[in-house]
Design a protein around this ligand. Structure first.
Ligand code: APR
Length: 321
């Protein structure tokens, strides 16, 4: 197997961590593209110079020229502004849609066969726009949000129960915004329902529900919590780690079942929109959406989330994208 080529479009906070993680894991050669002159060259030079210390040996280079992404197998896009305190992801729509359109054109012209993972916000709209501009098949265009939202939810559960986060499985579906849908019913610790553990801990169903609802709320607002603390940008370690998990599943054809922002053709009752759902991620990208029965409440929440995404897409279209 020849070494994969992975292009990063956007060499900011997330782009930098992506380059470092990909190099350390030796997933492939990295090309970091950014519009800021010299910055991607400088950042990647710094990472390359850590290779002897860290013991990795892949090429890590920076560029301001789209031609250098030619032949990329995987592209991860973080181009766009991050949030400032008090902003919602949707507030980034106008600025980031402009950037995403330019990025999509650059990718289409130079790496038309790549599998593309998008991180830029507002995520569901950015993925939709990229797909529209490139016309790439939806299996090759998907977004990162669910792995991170699920990891945040799992982390809060682990802290609450005083157990290792490695044994927590909890999934968050829906759009990457305030309407995201944590699936409480299936949240478990090595198969044991989290709700049962909370009821045992507190000896009381009402209190257990209260504690779970607080964790759900914190999960929904978790990105904003980080923004508020950082003041100058948004989360970058965790989104990078999540996208690397997706890229790795593609590179090694792992067929992991990951919550990703995928295009739906009727699955979960949603037709023609991108939304966070569990999907098999393998060598060809999103290979299959994994459907399961939602109860009435969960379906209602997912429909609500879909409507929020639909509104955002409508707003984007009215802006001329
Ligand atoms: N093409 C390529 N890169 C661009 C373009 C463009 N047209 N416009 C801006 N960029 C670059 C910026 O120069 C910057 O280096 O995108 C990078 C974004 O990096 P940061 O500002 O550090 O933002 P980051 O924290 O990495 O987040 C990027 O991901 O999670 C989302 O909401 C977040 O939309 C944001 C994106």
């Amino acid at each position: 197997m020849s070494r994969k080529k992975i292009a990063l479009i956007g060499g900011g906070q997330i782009g930098g961590v992506l380059a470092q993680l990909i190099a350390q894991k030796q997933l492939g050669d990295v090309v970091m593209f950014d519009v800021v002159e010299d910055m991607p060259q400088g950042k990647t030079l710094d990472i390359a110079e850590a290779s002897r210390i860290d013991g990795f040996d892949v090429k890590v280079t920076g560029t301001n020229d789209y031609k250098d992404i030619a032949g990329s197998d995987i592209i991860i896009i973080t181009a766009g502004l991050p949030r400032k305190p008090g902003m919602s992801r949707d507030d980034l729509l106008t600025t980031n849609a402009k950037i995403m359109k330019a990025v999509a054109e650059g990718v289409k012209a130079n790496a038309p066969n790549a599998i593309v993972i998008i991180i830029s916000n507002p995520l569901d709209a950015m993925v939709t726009l990229f797909k529209k501009v490139t016309g790439f098949p939806s299996s090759r265009v998907f977004g990162q949000a669910g792995i991170l939202d699920s990891s945040r939810f799992s982390t809060f559960i682990a802290w609450e129960l005083g157990i290792s986060v490695k044994d927590v499985n909890a999934m968050v579906l829906g759009g990457h915004g305030d309407t995201m849908v944590p699936i409480i019913r299936y949240a478990n610790v090595n198969g044991i329902p989290v709700m049962e553990q909370l009821e045992r801990k507190y000896g009381d169903k009402t209190k257990a529900n209260e504690v779970m609802n607080a964790m759900v709320s914190r999960t929904k607002m978790a990105g904003g919590e980080v923004v508020k603390l950082l003041k100058t940008g948004s989360a970058f370690y965790s989104p990078a780690a999540a996208a690397v998990t997706m890229a790795k599943s593609v590179i090694y054809d792992e067929k992991r079942v990951l919550p990703v922002c995928a295009f739906l053709n009727g699955e979960f009752g949603v037709n023609g929109y991108y939304l966070g759902v569990p999907a098999v991620v393998g060598a060809t990208g999103v290979e299959k959406v994994v459907e399961f029965s939602l109860n009435e409440e969960e379906q209602g929440l997912l429909d609500n989330s879909k409507n929020a995404v639909k509104k955002l897409i409508g707003d984007m279209e009215r802006l001329g994208f």
